[in-house]
Design a protein around this ligand. Structure first.
Ligand code: SF4
Length: 415
């Protein structure tokens, strides 16, 4: 059924459409719950996050799974499908980084555009097309093209991402170059970078990923060196016309919302120190600025994992999409302390001894044969998930763990 949006008429400019009416949301909620919720997970949460049957214990992190930004993005995408039941619905890239959620949207007839979107692709759209902007946002250039085509826009960009945009725009306005801690190719960081040049596009940015990148930049801040080598090292991660000799004089630090908080803080400290070493103690106020832009949901999930690891389980399963940044950081935290397996879904748990999982370092799935993990007499399995992982995938993972230990699905669900 199609709801009409009577007060709105299509104009030459893109229209941002509010699809969140109470009547639509009531229908959306039921559908979203049926796709992603889990009563088993809720029951375990209410039992202090732990479930034991026989010699097998599953322990959940205090916080995991869908964050408010992801829930909102999914709600809006589902609402768009209901409101525009007869229209072509296009999604820029992926709504969030989870294959199951994107599969559901595909099944609902949402068409996927590549991200970044080539200009000619946008030029083929028109006022009858509805474009969904994902939770990570989209680049200013893409938004401009969509607006020029007069498309209708359902914008699911998370408010925490937009807070970062406000910061980097402010940096550009006040003559600071944004140093963005993030992955240069990640959708969110590309969207943020595109705002870091400011309204007049005269501002600059540099994206750095690792502490090693940070130290390289800090050395250059203290003593400018080989400019060509600098530009080569950070190729594709800085604004047009960026000159490290000029544009590292005044710097503001921002970050992709889903980075490791401890790493972002360390970068802020090192860059501030480099500016002080170059310009003297009073320079920090004049030539360096930062704001903490790690989102609350990412922080809560990282803190909850640190809590879980205070009493380390025998192994940790991290469930989620392999391209999910915040999930990746949970894996990194786990790996430092115990056997950790990054799995897309329960089917990766092949047998009591074989786990197929994503190796962050090799950037590929691999099989690990772990005879002494799941098959030991008593086992405690820790489970967590990133902000883009639905609870139904966690439920299936829990059931699979118990099944591998000889406990049936029926018995687990009956507990
Ligand atoms: S992880 Fe943070 S920034 Fe990303 S959608 Fe969730 S709340 Fe928003």
């Amino acid at each position: 059924m199609t709801e009409t949006i009577s007060s709105q008429t299509v104009t030459a400019k893109a229209r941002r459409v509010n699809v969140r009416t109470p009547e639509v949301m009531a229908r959306v909620q039921a559908q979203v719950e049926s796709h992603y919720q889990s009563s088993l997970v809720e029951r375990i949460r209410q039992s202090a996050g732990e479930m034991t049957i026989g010699s097998t214990t599953v322990r959940l992190a205090r916080q995991f799974g869908f964050c408010y930004g992801v829930e909102r993005a999914i709600d809006l995408a589902y609402a768009a499908r209901k409101v525009f039941a007869d229209k072509k619905l296009w999604l820029i890239g992926e709504i969030i980084h989870n294959p199951e959620v994107n599969r559901q949207l595909r099944e609902m007839g949402v068409e996927f555009l590549p991200n970044p979107v080539p200009e000619e692709t946008v030029r083929a759209l028109g006022p009858d097309d509805v474009v969904i902007v994902p939770a990570f946002g989209a680049e200013t250039r893409t938004m401009k093209h969509i607006e020029e085509q007069g498309c209708q826009v359902v914008d699911t960009t998370c408010g925490d991402v937009m807070s970062v945009w406000r910061r980097v725009r402010e940096y550009a306005k006040t003559g600071f170059t944004s140093i963005i801690h993030g992955k240069a190719a990640h959708e969110e960081t590309r969207a943020t970078s595109s705002r870091a040049t400011g309204a007049d596009e005269a501002g600059h940015y540099l994206v750095i990923l690792t502490l090693e990148d940070c130290d390289y930049v800090c050395s250059y801040i203290r003593t400018p060196g080989d400019k060509a080598a600098f530009l080569k090292k950070f190729g594709g991660a800085y604004s047009v016309g960026f000159d490290p000799d000029v544009h590292l004089r005044r710097v503001g630090v921002a970050n992709q919302t889903t980075m490791l908080k401890s790493e972002t803080e360390e970068m802020q400290r090192r860059i501030a120190q480099a500016v002080i070493d170059r310009d003297g103690p009073s320079a920090e106020v004049k030539n360096f600025v930062f704001f903490d832009t790690i989102c609350g949901a990412t922080q809560e999930r990282q803190d909850a994992l640190f809590d879980l690891l205070k009493q380390p389980p025998d192994l940790l399963l991290v469930v989620g999409g392999y391209n999910s940044s915040n999930t990746t950081h949970l894996v990194e935290i786990g790996e430092q302390q115990l056997p950790t397996f990054f799995i897309r879904d329960h089917e990766r748990l092949k047998s009591i001894t074989e786990i197929i999982h994503y190796d962050l370092h090799a950037r590929a799935e691999k099989a690990t044969y772990a005879e002494k993990l799941l098959s030991r007499d008593q086992v405690v399995v820790g489970i967590t998930a990133g902000a883009s992982c639905p609870n139904n995938l966690i439920e299936e993972t829990i059931i699979r763990v118990f099944e591998l230990r000889g406990i049936s699905r029926e018995r687990v669900l009956a507990v």
